[in-house]
Design a protein around this ligand. Structure first.
Ligand SMILES: [Zn+2]
Length: 968
């Protein structure tokens, strides 16, 4: 029997779940969460063993074990039976390894928790790691590492580790590769499987494990379930790993590191080792400091750097994945001009730190922070059970049990002395500065051993920094003003009776208003979308680029004012869309109107500031250039998108257009853009109809009554829609191209099968197939054939056109070969589908029905779904119920017929398009098959745009908004 301790958990006011902490006789701790309302159950096992436990000379062993543990167990020896069980019951599974911890987790339909948990528990009781599976899975780890080799994030992270004490585990390389897990150990005469088993036996002890189980059953039955399944986990009373403290002795402080990234874009990262904030989580000294140092309002570092044209973004935070050491970091994306002023920027940062020292530690700032945190905690939204279980599990080893639901989220004790002490740590004597730029090509003299990152190191004295502070331009740095966006009115305005679906409550020549008041989630929050339809937004590459710049500048101008709203959990976004641009606001409704009006004022009175225009043009052109360094599988998907979507422009043409545009072009463009506009508005949540109408009237007023307003309503013929290219039945199209980065060893393929346009029966058949094939495809192509770390099969949708896609990124096989392997998978799956027994068919249908009947967890999930139906023109607000009806009636034979017609290789209606991106090490294959003749029923696309033009388009599902009114 486990001991259940009587913990009084500190919990949110709105939280109705039940919790219990138990400790099994083997010392395994478990947190049980019971909630009758959930549709998915979830479990997380956190093991306090991680990459820092890797034995010397076998880097990546902990991570490799994480990959291997889920292969099979003595009780369930069939490889993949766990993942298969989970996906067949509507769930998902994953795992991750960090420095001191490894996480294993899954979610599953709520009725199948027992079956899933039984399979899961066996990995901690008696796992099986066959020699053959071990020798295969090493390749997946290696492929993961090869993918990371080209990621600047991974490269810089390892460089920071490299520049630290060699005796500290922080210094290690932890992913693993063929070199560290295969050839290296072999040379030393080590058997890697033996090492894996030894590592498992030595480290995986029940006293180091924390389990979180979240189900609909009562706490008592969850408890007996956990007792029966986890009591056999072995306990060796292994000691908790404790690494030494600060990994950066003096020789690694006061350094300036210049390094060359792969991508365009210069960054300056100013980093200090600091006492971990977690040790003082109620006093939150680092949060106080990062709130001010990372502030973006008037008087902040970022505000000043922006005015000087030196920075694109700035972030400040504290963190690490250890309780023993931590870092406080400031990361600044520099402009080219900013690159030339590195010393001034560092000077300004230290001048601001001086200002914090001089102006004292303020209680009102702490109180504001504490007030927002408390509101956030008490009105927190429910989210996916798995994510909640992961959150709780992460708290378990760090906090006393009664605070497991809270963690660090409620700072409550103002301690100015501690804040001051923490501020003192951010000194010139302890700083490490990492400066990334391609401009350092040719001036670095060192290479980091694992990733080959080029860098150089120089010492910087505190005198030098003092000099930089004195020389920095005079700037009006000051503390922020009090935040006017903190909500104070939490009154709920729900309707008397529940309103089931959104409906149109107001129309005008300029706008339509959809309204969906909330009576389900009962939170003082709302979601508002204003979609601007502008026919001129996307008619050419120039127009698309100008619209993006307009939107970027809007956000930029608003930032000083609206940053405070974001801090107070009132978030907003302004994005360009395929038919114009969109404003979305979500969060507490109390002060929302203030923010919406400010955004609309900015649109109505838009003016181009040439210096900001120049900065954004520079950044955009770098971002476009960076596409060459994106993952080959992203490149493949990009070509597919370009081929499918009519009226979409290639990045190369956008880049060319951008190079000749100037501020005047944008000044001339914006009035044109806005001269024909229609607003489709959607408001959901804690907003009454009357209030919603007032908001829209207010928006129209601001836009139309502005002096020299250019707004005119859209003409009926101008209403824009997205249209998609229709492929030809029975034809296999392929597009072959070389990868854009010759240094990238990864090739990629996306094989796309186009099926149909939005229709209930075909929708559910496709989804059912995708559900059944997803895990077997992953198992065959990744685990068995080891083609590459990135391998997936999923369904996709483009403006109502549905299909299936298989993506593989690989260094071991060229794309033609990958294409053939995908076909071989479909061919082998054919017999499985044809011999599908009734039981298995029913199991999968039930899993899909359960997925469809899953309730929305929070207001956002619900309103994003309704808005999606509105914007796509399908207006199918009871989609889930109606598709479940279709699914219940679906006969197995009809499903098999669907497969034979649309998906099976050589099926009469199969329409495929394969995009193949060849890495340079597959260039021989590229050349060779370029010369070969294609088999019959294959069409080789040489030019994407001639092909796109030559194909018919699917009809659009969207009607014009005027006829939408008849829906009212
Ligand atoms: Zn991995």
């Amino acid at each position: 029997m486990a001991t259940a301790s009587d913990v009084q958990f500190i919990r949110a006011r709105s939280d109705k779940r039940e919790y219990r902490r138990i400790v099994l006789p083997n010392a395994l701790q478990a947190m049980l969460i019971s909630d009758a309302e959930i549709d998915k159950a979830a479990a997380v096992m956190g093991v306090s063993v991680g990459a820092f436990n890797d034995p010397d000379g076998i880097n990546g062993l902990a991570h490799f074990l994480e990959h291997m543990l889920f292969y099979a167990s003595e009780k369930y020896p069939e490889e993949d039976s766990y993942s298969k069980y989970i996906t067949e019951h509507g769930g998902s599974t994953n795992a991750s390894t960090s420095s001191e911890r490894t996480n294993y987790y899954f979610d599953v339909n709520v009725d199948n928790l027992r079956g899933a948990l039984d399979r899961f528990a066996q990995f901690f009781v008696k796992p099986l790691m066959s020699a053959e599976a071990v020798s295969r899975e090493i390749n997946a780890v290696d492929s993961e590492h090869k993918k990371n080799l080209l990621s600047d994030g991974s490269r810089l992270n390892q460089l920071q580790k490299h520049l630290s004490s060699k005796d500290h585990p922080y210094h290690k390389f932890t992913t693993g590769s063929l070199e560290t897990l295969d050839t290296g150990p072999k040379e030393k005469g080590l058997d890697i499987r033996g090492e894996l088993l030894r590592f498992y036996c030595e480290n995986y002890s029940a006293n180091l494990m924390q389990l979180t189980v979240y189900g609909k059953e009562s706490l008592d039955s969850l408890q007996s379930l956990v007792e029966s399944l986890f009591s056999d986990v072995r306990n060796t009373d292994k000691r908790w790993f404790k690494c030494p403290g600060n990994p950066c002795p003096e020789q690694y402080l006061q350094i300036l590191v210049k390094t060359i990234p792969i991508m365009e874009g210069d960054y300056l990262r100013i980093v200090w080792p600091t006492t971990p904030g977690i040790l003082h989580y109620k006093k939150a000294p680092h949060r106080y400091l990062s709130h001010l140092i990372g502030h973006e309002g008037e008087g902040s570092i970022f505000y000043i750097l922006k005015q000087l044209g030196w920075a694109m973004s700035l972030m400040a935070w504290e963190g690490s994945d250890s309780k023993e050491y931590s870092f406080f970091s400031i990361s600044i994306r520099l402009t080219d001009e900013g690159h030339n002023h590195m010393k001034d920027i560092v000077g300004i940062v230290f001048n601001y730190i001086d200002l914090l020292n001089d102006s004292g530690i303020h209680k009102w700032i702490f109180d504001e922070m504490a007030a927002i945190s408390e509101i956030e905690f008490n009105y927190q939204d429910k989210f996916q059970p798995l994510n909640y279980a992961l959150f709780i599990n992460a708290m378990m080893p760090l906090f006393p049990p009664d605070e497991w639901l809270v963690g660090e989220s409620l700072p409550s004790k103002f301690d100015p002395i501690l804040i001051q002490k923490t501020l003192d740590e951010l000194s010139p004597e302890k700083v490490r500065i990492f400066w990334e730029s391609k401009k350092f090509e040719g001036v670095t003299d060192l290479a980091e051993p694992w990733y080959g990152t080029s860098y150089s190191v120089q010492k910087i004295t505190s005198d030098a920094i003092k000099q930089w502070m004195e020389n920095a331009p005079d700037a009006d740095l000051h503390l922020p003003e009090p935040n006017i966006f903190i909500p104070t009115d939490f009154t709920l305005h729900g309707p008397k009776e529940e309103v089931k679906f959104p409906k149109i409550i107001r129309t005008s020549p300029f706008s339509t208003l959809w309204h969906k008041p909330d009576k389900k989630f009962l939170v003082p929050k709302a979601h508002v979308v204003v979609d601007f339809h502008c026919p001129l937004a996307n008619y050419s590459p120039e127009a698309e680029v100008l619209t993006s710049l307009f939107v970027a500048l809007l956000r930029d101008y608003l930032n000083d004012y609206a940053y405070n709203a974001q801090i107070a959990s009132l978030s907003y976004g302004i994005y360009s869309t395929t038919t114009g641009f969109q404003v979305a606001v979500m969060g507490y409704n109390d002060k929302m109107r203030l923010l919406i009006d400010a955004i609309m004022m900015q649109i109505a009175h838009f003016e181009v500031k040439p210096n900001r225009f120049a900065v954004f043009r520079e950044t955009y052109s770098k971002d476009f250039e960076n596409f060459k360094f994106s993952k080959p599988c992203s490149q493949a998907t990009y070509y597919l998108n370009l081929m499918l979507n009519d009226q979409s422009w290639p990045l190369s043409e956008n880049l060319e257009a951008l190079s000749s545009l100037n501020a005047d072009d944008l000044s001339n463009f914006v009035p044109n853009l806005l001269s024909r506009t229609f607003l489709e508005c959607f408001m959901a949540g804690n907003i009454e109809a009357k209030e919603a109408e007032l908001i829209v009237t207010g928006i129209e007023e601001i836009l139309l009554k502005a002096p020299n307003s250019v707004f005119k309503p859209l003409l009926p013929s101008q209403y824009l829609t997205m249209r998609v290219v229709m492929l030809e039945s029975g034809l296999k199209c392929l597009y072959r191209t070389k990868g854009l980065n010759p240094k990238d060893e990864n090739s990629a393929i996306v094989q796309y099968i186009q099926i149909h346009q939005e229709e209930a029966l075909l929708n559910v058949q496709l989804q059912l197939f995708s559900l059944m094939a997803r895990q077997p495809a992953f198992h065959q192509l990744r685990s068995v054939e080891q083609l590459g770390y990135i391998t997936s099969l999923s369904s996709r949708e483009d403006a109502g056109i549905r299909g299936l896609q298989v993506i593989i990124q690989s260094t071991v096989k060229d794309p033609d070969n990958l294409d053939a392997r995908i076909d071989a998978f479909f061919a082998s799956f054919e017999s499985k589908i044809n011999e599908l027994d009734d039981e298995e068919y029913k199991r999968n249908v039930k899993a899909l029905i359960d997925l469809k009947l899953e309730k929305f967890k929070n207001l956002w999930e619900e309103s994003v779904y309704y808005w999606g139906e509105i914007i796509s023109g399908t207006l199918n607000f009871d989609r889930f119920e109606s598709e479940v009806e279709v699914l219940r009636k679906l006969k197995k034979q009809d499903f098999i017929n669907f497969f034979n017609q649309y998906i099976k290789v050589d099926a009469p209606k199969r329409k495929t398009f394969s995009v193949k991106v060849f890495a340079s090490n597959h260039s021989a294959e590229y050349e060779k098959s370029s010369e070969e003749h294609d088999p019959s029923q294959t069409y080789r696309v040489e030019d994407l745009f001639s092909f796109r033009r030559s194909r018919p388009l699917y009809g659009s599902l969207r009607s014009s908004p005027v006829s939408n009114c008849s829906y009212n």
